[in-house]
Design a protein around this ligand. Sequence first.
Ligand SMILES: [Zn+2]
Ligand SMILES: [Zn+2]
Length: 280
Amino acid sequence: MIISNYHSHFKLDDGNGELHDYAEYALSQGMNIIGTSPHAPVYYENDWTMTEDGLSQYLQEVKALKKEYKERLEIYTGLEIDYLGKNGGPNDDKWNIPELDYKIGSVHSMLDPVTNSELAVDGPVEELEMLLKNRFNGNIKELVKKYFQIEEEMIAKGGFDILGHCDLIKKRNMNNRFFDENESWYKKLAAEMLDTLKGSDLIVEVNTGGISRKATKDVYPSPWMLKRCLEMNIPLTLSSDAHKPQNLNFYFKESIELLKSTGYREIYFFSNGIWHSQPI
Ligand SMILES: [Zn+2]
Ligand SMILES: [Zn+2]
C-alpha cells in the first residue's frame, strides 16, 4: 500500500523543523509520498502563516528537497490556503503559482465585526467564545451555520484540490463544551455542506491533526460524516496535518481501520499530477 500525506507544516509557518527532517522521517517510516502544505500568507498580520518572503523561500527549499530525494521519496509542493470571503481564498489568481502541485482549501477563522479582526475557530477557546459573543450574540447554532456556509462558499468557488479538515468547528468542542454533534440541527448543517461536494472534483482529507494535538477524539470529518461521504462516493485521502516530523503518519493505521469499518474499500493518493485510487 502507498502511504502518503499531503498536509504538513514546517518552521516557516506554525510548524516545527526543516523540510529535510520531514523527508527523513517519512523515509524512516517507509512512507512513499509526502506533500508539504504550509499556511499561505493572509491579508492580516499573524504568527501562523508564512510571510510573502517566507513563501518564496519555501518554494526554493522544496525545489531543492525534491532534487535531493528524487530517487528515494516522492515529494509534492502544496499550500494550505485560507478562504476569507472577500479578503481572499484559494481561488485567487495570486495562487496560480507554477511550482505548486496542489492546494488545500481551509477555513480557520471568521471576521469579528466588533474588533474587525479574524478570530480563529481552532485557536484558544477564549477566541472562539469572543467570536460567539461578538458576532453571534452567543448563539452557537448560528455560528456553526455560518462556519459551514463559508465552507460551502469556498467549495463553490473552487481553486483547490483537497478540502481541509471540513468540520474543524468541532476542535474546541471537547466534552460537548459548545454543542452536541449528534443533535439533528448540527448533522443537518454538516450534511448540507457535504452535499455541496457533489459534482466537484474535490478530495476530502481524513485529518488526524485534532487527535495528535489532543483536541479531538475523532478525525476530521467525524465517522458519521465519513459514512455520508461514502454514500455520496466522495474520494478520501489520509492526512495528519503534521506540525512536527514525528506526526507525519500519526494515527494512520487506526484511520485506515476506521475507513474499512465505515465501508470504504479504497483511498486516494496523488502522484505525478493525478489522483490514483488504491484498495485498503
Ligand atoms: Zn488547517
Ligand atoms: Zn494544516
